[in-house]
Write a protein that binds this ligand. Structure first.
Ligand code: NAD
Length: 267
């Protein structure tokens, strides 16, 4: 006889649910796809990198979970519209807006293309994905988890103004929609990762070292020394927080902005 119902296994289970994860070919999105699959969700995985997405999809389909792959450049609204057209009859009840780009650019050298890229991939894609999801499920509700960044709250690395701006927009989007659509059965939250060792971050670090950018190497060391847990995080450690927000474990959590940063923002 369970001490309390529903029991934990039921609360974390995503059986009979369908989850769409953007940016699922790498890093946090890939790890999230694995955890959501483990919890029993059917998956719709989206990325601009189809080769990477196929590798992830192959691993998941071997576990017997239904997984569909979709190539889209999420910086383009027409491609997002086409994606949702193709989802008719297979609508997700869980949406994870994770796809993102981060690159250094001195604010005074910022051009329209760079700003456009950061804002369109990181922010506009999340806006239009939420737009479709809420419109499609207005009378059914659903769960959305958006992925922001510590840089939105505490700009630490230099030359990331374009990125910080896009990610603070993701927080505003999360809070606004959580307020407006809670009564319609939606729970909308955000995770705020920081210091996660993903392929994207490793590429950025490698470029910094190859360019002998000593100032940035120094900043990287300072960042690590400020981390209360004293280490970088793993993609799966963010995925587990996303699973919590996606499942009924967090049934009364709405409009929350959850740092997954080893304590960086509090130190
Ligand atoms: P990553 O580079 O390893 O993975 C990002 C994925 O997004 C890739 O598969 C890439 O192909 C996809 N993508 C990029 N542009 C796309 C587009 N136009 N259309 C569709 N897919 C596209 O990155 P990550 O570190 O796993 O980051 C995931 C998210 O977490 C991003 O939004 C990032 O800003 C955020 N984040 C990461 C960290 C960190 O420390 N790694 C910190 C804060 C926030």
């Amino acid at each position: 006889m369970p001490l309390i119902t529903p029991n934990l296994a039921k609360l974390i289970s995503l059986k009979e649910r369908r989850a769409l994860v953007t940016g699922a070919a790498s890093g946090i999105g890939e790890a999230t796809a694995y955890r959501l699959a483990e919890a029993g969700a059917s998956l719709e995985l989206v990325d601009i990198d189809m080769d990477g997405l196929r590798l992830v999809g192959d691993k998941i389909s071997k576990t017997g979970v239904e997984v569909n792959l979709y190539k889209a450049d999420l910086s383009r609204k027409d491609e997002i519209d086409a994606l949702w057209d193709s989802l008719r009859g297979r609508e997700p009840d869980i949406l994870i807006n994770n796809a993102g780009v981060y690159f250094f650019k001195d604010f005074l050298e910022l051009d329209e293309d760079s700003l456009d890229k950061a804002i369109s991939v990181n922010l506009y894609s999340a806006i239009w994905m939420c737009h479709h999801m809420i419109k499609r499920r207005l009378n059914k509700g659903g769960v959305i988890v958006n992925v922001s960044s510590i840089e939105a709250i505490l700009p630490f690395a230099s030359e990331l103004a374009h990125y910080s701006i896009s990610k603070i927009g993701v927080i505003a989007l999360t809070r606004t929609l959580a307020r407006e659509y809670g009564r319609r059965g939606f729970r909308i939250n955000a995770v705020v990762p920081g210091g996660i060792e993903t392929p994207g971050v490793k590429k950025l670090m490698m470029r910094t070292v190859l360019r002998f950018d000593l100032e940035r190497v120094r900043l990287g060391a300072m960042f690590k020394s400020r981390l209360p847990l004293g280490r970088f995080g793993k993609p799966d450690e963010v995925a587990r927080a996303i699973l919590f927000l996606a499942s009924d474990l967090s049934s009364y959590v709405n409009g929350a902005i959850l740092p997954v940063d080893g304590g960086f923002l509090s130190a």
